[in-house]
Each structure stands twice: as structure tokens, then as C-alpha cells.
Write a protein that binds this ligand. Structure first.
Ligand code: FAD
Length: 323
């Protein structure tokens, strides 16, 4: 069986690896320049900076077993963050017993490991698909790919919906507005912040998350650097905000949280249009077409987050054999 997977984020990669293990021939297509989507990191400040997913949990037994294998291969490590919360102007310790993991040396490392590079086409945005005895995919740059028995769309819902023009029934089931945007900023500092906190959940401010990326295990770095996520409401209202404006605001937020001056030497911005699942919209599960051999999967199918993206990919792989 030849399977095309559009989207090589955690869900698409997890699905493809499961299909390869089951003997299928897999080909991934991704519009990005590298794999891992929202769980990828950028090269900056002498190492890698996690601008998307910050850590992941491993609650489900199957994912826990996978994480243990990655730990043995030194692709993953626990991140014992010194957690704080900031609410009503107060910063206070907020430890919990949740075990948080990060990829080593960058968030994308476990998903990129062992991938058959020749089976991945990057910088390739699929803009149309059609089915006639097999799937044909049309890329934005004019290339076309054909001869696939089954297709997995491992995409955020709005991007999956755009491709489902031939299958109105399936398209109707896709919750297009389920992912909210997020502006992410990384700030490299001239002097480390003098405070024990390494991660802060923030309430009632434009930012919702602040973390010391250089504190994570295995990170190389020229200087202490922090990642700040603006909350979905602010990010939506300021969707077109410029990187330099956001960087100044992030600096002010960092200063306010820790009650000290911070001097920024470099900054990095990423706007995620489809970032975080709006939990109030529920979780529709992996979607399977009734008309064509096609499955739609992503973190949003099971409630968001890295762990659910991986689990959705595994479920999509099983579904492929029944479409
Ligand atoms: P994606 O990673 O979105 O993968 C979809 C892929 O499809 C992308 O690589 C994209 O390039 C590609 N694509 C889209 N359209 C096309 C097209 N037309 N043609 C070809 N390719 C296409 N999760 C946690 O567990 N913990 C966290 O701390 C956490 N923090 C987060 C913070 C931010 C700012 C963001 C953005 C996400 C965060 N998440 C976190 C969520 C986590 O990153 C996601 O749940 C997970 O990575 C989603 O994986 P996915 O494969 O479902 O989707």
C-alpha cells in the first residue's frame, strides 16, 4: 500500500512511522523547510530555541513507552522546570507533580530521528488533491504526485478543510476555527535574570507563558535566553504586530514579572497562525472519509498537545488499513 501523508508534524510523522512498521510505503509532504511543525525549534543564540511546543507530557501508556525508548537513545530528557505562576501582580512558586519532557538537543529531535529522508518532500505546499483510482496531489509550485492508495491529512483543521473540496461530508466534520494563534518571542539577555524561576504560567497579562529555554537539558547557548508566548486573545487582536514591537513588549513583561531590568541583546519572533487548541470546542477524534481512502488527523482530534498529536497519528495509521 502506498500512502501519502500531507503534513510532517508530530501527528504525520507518528502516523507514517507506524505505517512503515506495518509494511506500507509512505511518502510525506510538508510546506515547511523541515519536519516537526509546531514541535520544531529554530537555530539561534548558539543553539536551538523552542518557539512552539515547550515541553510534553506522557500520560498514555503507549506514548510513555515510546518516550522511554527515546530517553534510552538520549533523544528526550525530563525537564525539571522550576515552575512559578504570576497572577494579580504576584509571582509565586507553583510546583506540581506533572513530569515534563523535552527533546534533546532541541524539541524536534525525537521526531526527526530515524526518518527515511528520501521519503520526505519539504518546501512543498499541497494545494489540491483528487481521487481517481488513486490519489493525485497538486503542489503550489506546479509539481504533481500520484499513485497513492490512501491519503492522510495530518494538518491543522483550517488547512485540512481547504483541501477537502471533493468530500463535502468530511469537510463539514472539520472544526475549522479550533486552533488559536500565538505570537512567540525569544529574548537573549546580556545578564541572567536573578530569580530561581525557570518557567512561569502567567494570568491576566498579554503573555501567558514565560520560560528559560537555555535552562532546558542539553541546550547549547551563548547567553541566557527566554521564550515568551502571548496569549490567544492578544495574539488574535495583534495578528499583524511587528516583531520589533512585540520584542519590546516581551522585554517589558519579563521585567515586570521578575521586578528587575532586563537588557536584550537579540530577539527572535515566530507567529503561529494555528497554534493552540481551543479546548471548549471538544475533540472530534480522527476523521475518516466515507467516500474515499482518506483520514484526517492532528493534535486537535484528541484535544491538542504533542502527546495527543502522536496518539492521533497512531490512530490514523490504524484507520488507513480500514479505509
Ligand atoms: P503541526 O505540527 O501543525 O503539523 C502540521 C504540518 O502540516 C506542519 O508541519 C505544516 O508545515 C504542514 N502543512 C500545513 N499545510 C500544509 C499543506 N497545504 N501542504 C503541506 N504541508 C502543510 N504542546 C504540548 O504538548 N506542550 C506545549 O508546551 C505546547 N506548547 C505550544 C506552544 C505553541 C506556541 C504552539 C504553536 C504549540 C504548542 N503545543 C504544545 C502544541 C503542539 O506543538 C502541537 O500539539 C503539536 O506539535 C501538533 O502536531 P500536529 O502534527 O498535529 O500539527
Amino acid at each position: 500500500m502506498r500512502v501519502a501523508i500531507v503534513g510532517a508534524g508530530v501527528a504525520g510523522l507518528s502516523c507514517g512511522q507506524a505505517l512503515l512498521s506495518a509494511g506500507a510505503e509512505v511518502h510525506w509532504f510538508d510546506k515547511g523547510r523541515a519536519t516537526a511543525g509546531r514541535a520544531s525549534a529554530k537555530r539561534a543564540f548558539g543553539g536551538h530555541v523552542d518557539l512552539g511546543a515547550q515541553y510534553f507530557t506522557a500520560r498514555h501508556v503507549a506514548f510513555r513507552e515510546q518516550v522511554e525508548r527515546w530517553q534510552q537513545q538520549q533523544l528526550v530528557a525530563p525537564w525539571p522546570a522550576k515552575l512559578y505562576s504570576f497572577a494579580e501582580g504576584h509571582l509565586q512558586p507553583s510546583a506540581d507533580d506533572i513530569k515534563r519532557y523535552v527533546g534533546l538537543p532541541a524539541m524536534h529531535s525525537p521526531w526527526r530521528s530515524g526518518l527515511p529522508e528520501q521519503a520526505i518532500t519539504l518546501s512543498c505546499r499541497i494545494q489540491a488533491m483528487s481521487y481517481q483510482q488513486g490519489w493525485q496531489l497538486q503542489a503550489e509550485d506546479g509539481r504533481s504526485f500520484s499513485g497513492f492508495d490512501a491519503l492522510v491529512l495530518a494538518l491543522p483543521p483550517a488547512q485540512a478543510s481547504e483541501l477537502l473540496t471533493q468530500d463535502e461530508d468530511l469537510r463539514q466534520q472539520v472544526p475549522v476555527s479550533m486552533l488559536q494563534p500565538c505570537h512567540a518571542i525569544a529574548l537573549a539577555l546580556s545578564e541572567p535574570i536573578a530569580h530561581p524561576a525557570t518557567a512561569v504560567f502567567v494570568k491576566d497579562r498579554p503573555v501567558s507563558w514565560v520560560a528559560c529555554n537555555s535552562d532546558k537539558p542539553g541546550r547549547q547557548s551563548d547567553s541566557q535566553h527566554w521564550v515568551l508566548h502571548f496569549n490567544p486573545e492578544f495574539s488574535q487582536q495583534q495578528l499583524a504586530a511587528r516583531a520589533d514591537e512585540l520584542s519590546l513588549l516581551a522585554q517589558a513583561e519579563l521585567s515586570l514579572l521578575f521586578q528587575q531590568d532586563v537588557l536584550v541583546t537579540q530577539s527572535l519572533h515566530q507567529r503561529w497562525l494555528y497554534a493552540i487548541v481551543d479546548a471548549e470546542q471538544g475533540a472530534p477524534g480522527v476523521l475518516i472519509s466515507r467516500r474515499f481512502p482518506c483520514v484526517v488527523a492532528g493534535d486537535w482530534c484528541l484535544g491538542g498537545r504533542v502527546e495527543n498529536a502522536w496518539l492521533a497519528g497512531q490512530q490514523a495509521a490504524k484507520a488507513v488499513f480500514h479505509v
